[in-house]
Design a binder for this molecule. Structure first.
Ligand code: 13P
Ligand code: SF4
Length: 344
């Protein structure tokens, strides 16, 4: 194994190195930069193994807000790294591959949301975190799959809600809260929206005793057939409690759980449920990213501050962030106290 930390020019050069060499490089460079690696539950196993923190969107945003590292390396998709930058503006946020975006987030643009808001003056905008910082900045509050119901319940019942961009999560929240005044955007996640009832019938026929858990980004008919509907972190908890489970989400999480509990029957609803965007990150690209300090996520300050407001409201509701006192808020307004999570 090489002991030098000479920079190599491209991620391809890193891909030619042995895995142990990459892992060692990552470890040493991480220490040198005082960096933390945050990984989403859908990452490749090789990334999961070197992540300091693995979790769902809510947990990752809480971690990004709380870390005292100087550099956050985000292994997930673009909106997640943006969220880290929004919450920790003085830190350097890096991504191994800038092209790792979330197609669902791209369903709604700032201009399109402005037009919808013009058509519904007085409506509250709830943005699923799978959205750009620009869209978050135009929203009243964010939500994740684990707190969407709670977030919507915090909005007065008679106020119309514009829910962007996931129609399936929007429908789920409308059903759970019994509200008929939620206008959902027509976006969706191609990985979860492709899951179908036929696949469930097939796995259930083979494993009739296994309960079925599904992510709320899946279609309503699958949610109706499920024993549990929850986020990826909720699925991790369920896997700890059950000996058998049919899991309706992206394969990366099922792979992780199968490695963790080899004695359990943890079955993917579909072997084809793979998010190619999440899988764009690799160990080689991660080593390249830490060595070169690339790619850095940057945000326009006005957009960042707007997105922070919407995210902060959500975190406040989720117990992950204490809202500033009125005194602190006044200092922020006067520009005396830096805006942010308090860790910057
Ligand atoms: P959670 O991990 O928050 O459940 O989200 C899943 C997802 O699709 C993220 O892109
Ligand atoms: Fe986006 Fe779906 Fe991939 Fe999550 S799994 S990043 S929602 S495309």
């Amino acid at each position: 194994m090489s002991t030098t930390l000479d920079l190599l020019p491209t991620p391809l050069d890193y891909a030619a190195l042995p895995k142990a060499d990459l892992v060692e490089r990552i470890r040493r460079r991480k220490e040198e930069r005082n960096a933390v690696i945050l990984g989403h539950n859908y990452q490749r196993v090789e990334i999961q193994e070197v992540s300091d923190y693995l979790g769902d969107s809510l947990g990752l945003s809480q971690e990004a807000a709380a870390t005292d590292a100087d550099v956050i390396v985000f292994c997930g998709v673009h909106f997640m790294a943006e969220t880290a930058k929004v919450l920790s503006p003085t830190k350097t946020v890096l991504m191994p591959d800038l092209r790792a975006g979330c197609p669902m987030a791209d369903f709604v643009t700032g201009d399109a949301l402005r037009r919808l808001k013009d058509q519904h003056p007085g409506a509250a905008v709830v943005a699923y975190v799978n959205s750009t910082a620009e869209v978050k900045a135009l929203s009243d509050i964010c939500c994740t799959s684990s707190n969407a119901v709670r977030v919507v319940e915090s909005i007065p019942r008679d106020q119309t809600i514009l829910f962007v961009p996931d129609r399936n999560l929007g429908a789920y929240v409308a059903e759970k809260t019994g509200r008929d005044n939620i206008i959902s955007w027509d976006g969706y996640c191609y990985v979860h929206d492709d899951l179908i009832l036929d696949e469930l019938a097939d796995v259930r026929a083979r494993h009739p005793d296994a309960p079925f858990v599904v992510h709320p980004e899946a279609r309503p008919e699958l949610l109706e057939a499920a024993d549990f509907v929850t986020s990826t972190a909720g699925m991790v908890d369920l896997a700890a409690e059950h000996d058998a489970l049919i899991i309706g989400t992206e394969r990366g999480l099922v792979d992780r759980l199968t490695r963790k509990y080899p004695e359990k029957k943890l079955l993917p609803l579909s072997g084809a449920a793979v998010c190619g965007n999440m899988k764009m990150n690799s160990l080689a690209k991660l080593a390249w990213c830490l060595d070169h300090g690339e790619y850095e996520v940057r945000l326009d300050e006005e957009v960042r501050a707007g997105a922070e407001r919407a995210l902060r409201r959500m975190l406040d509701l989720s117990g992950g962030w204490s809202a500033p006192t009125s005194e602190e808020a006044a200092l922020e307004e006067a520009g005396v106290r830096p805006r942010g999570c308090g860790c910057s």
